[in-house]
Design a protein around this ligand. Structure first.
Ligand code: ATR
Length: 277
């Protein structure tokens, strides 16, 4: 990477961002394609100040992560309709209109989840059980509906799960009542199984053989207990790196207008994960 006076700037707004894998993934993609672009960590608790900084400094695009994915919506010139329906923005595309910077907010989390799952099954007409009812579940659920899948929501707290199910206009099942649920695929959007509590799984192993595909959005560890038990039950499994990779690939394509080099981006993510343990 040769940063010089013409380098196009990108970054990730969040707090904290020290553990983000996105700088490694995007910088590897830029370098691989010989693009004069750089992607920086931009930790901030002052979102208004940071957005003014992006505009003033001529940034071309940025990722947005926890805790700013909802708050960023108050600082945009334009909101992508799907991001508006999800209620969260993870991507900023900045160009110029009328001689001033124009910030458009999008959401690629749902694209990442859809692409990760659709490598294993055709989403149109399939039934997917989404476990969890937080921000990730909202993005995954909206995305699946957008692709023509049928969605079921399951959640530990019934009121939260039912609220999301109403919002998505889909059925709800309590987490302790999954025995009677029929679905082609299951996606865990909760943090259950994440290090340091890697011995936990959100769905009991005896229920897993009914699913063709089981996906986890947790990527540390790469093979969660849920995925290990799903593999043993004969399911195809999709780890959390896939969604991270494909949401990043969609960001890269929005920023550059070119196809993302997915294989090198995946390798960069794996290398970074190995380094950070
Ligand atoms: P995010 O925005 O990243 O999705 P979140 O809003 O904190 O995160 O949502 C976390 C989800 O994980 C919720 O659905 C939560 O269930 P509750 O609504 O019952 O809190 C779920 N979750 C977290 N820990 C859990 C656990 N130990 N067992 C079951 N579900 C859990």
């Amino acid at each position: 990477m040769n940063v010089n006076g013409s380098t196009i700037l990108h970054g990730i707004l969040g707090n904290p961002v020290r553990h983000s894998l996105s700088p490694a993934m995007h910088n590897r993609a830029f370098t691989h394609l010989g693009m004069n672009r750089v992607y920086l960590p931009l930790p901030t608790s002052d979102l208004a100040g940071a957005v003014a900084g992006l505009r003033a400094l001529g940034f071309c695009g940025a990722s947005v992560t926890v805790p700013h994915k909802q708050a960023i919506m108050a600082h945009l010139d334009e909101l992508d309709p799907v991001a508006g329906r999800i209620g969260a923005v993870n991507t900023l595309v900045i160009d110029e209109r009328g001689g001033r910077p124009w910030l458009r907010g999008s959401n690629t989390d749902w694209l990442g989840a859809n692409r990760a799952l659709s490598e294993h099954l055709d989403l149109a007409g399939t039934t997917v059980l989404v476990v969890g009812a937080g921000g990730s579940a909202r993005a995954v659920g909206f995305g699946l509906l957008e692709a023509g899948a049928r969605v079921l929501i399951a959640n530990r707290t019934v009121a939260t799960g039912q609220a999301l199910a109403v919002r998505l206009d889909c059925p709800f099942a309590p987490l302790d009542g999954l025995g009677s649920v029929e679905a082609d695929a299951l996606v865990n959007t909760t943090s259950v199984g994440m290090e340091p509590k890697a011995d936990a799984s959100v769905v009991p192993a005896p229920l897993l053989p009914r699913f063709k595909v089981v996906m986890d959005i947790v990527y540390a560890p790469l093979e969660t207990r849920l995925l290990r038990e799903a593999r043993a039950a004969g399911c195809r499994v999709v780890n959390g790196l896939a969604m991270l990779l494909f949401q990043g690939a969609a960001q890269f394509e929005l920023w550059t207008g070119q196809p993302a080099p997915v294989a090198v981006m995946r390798e960069a993510l794996l290398e970074q994960l190995r380094k950070t343990g």
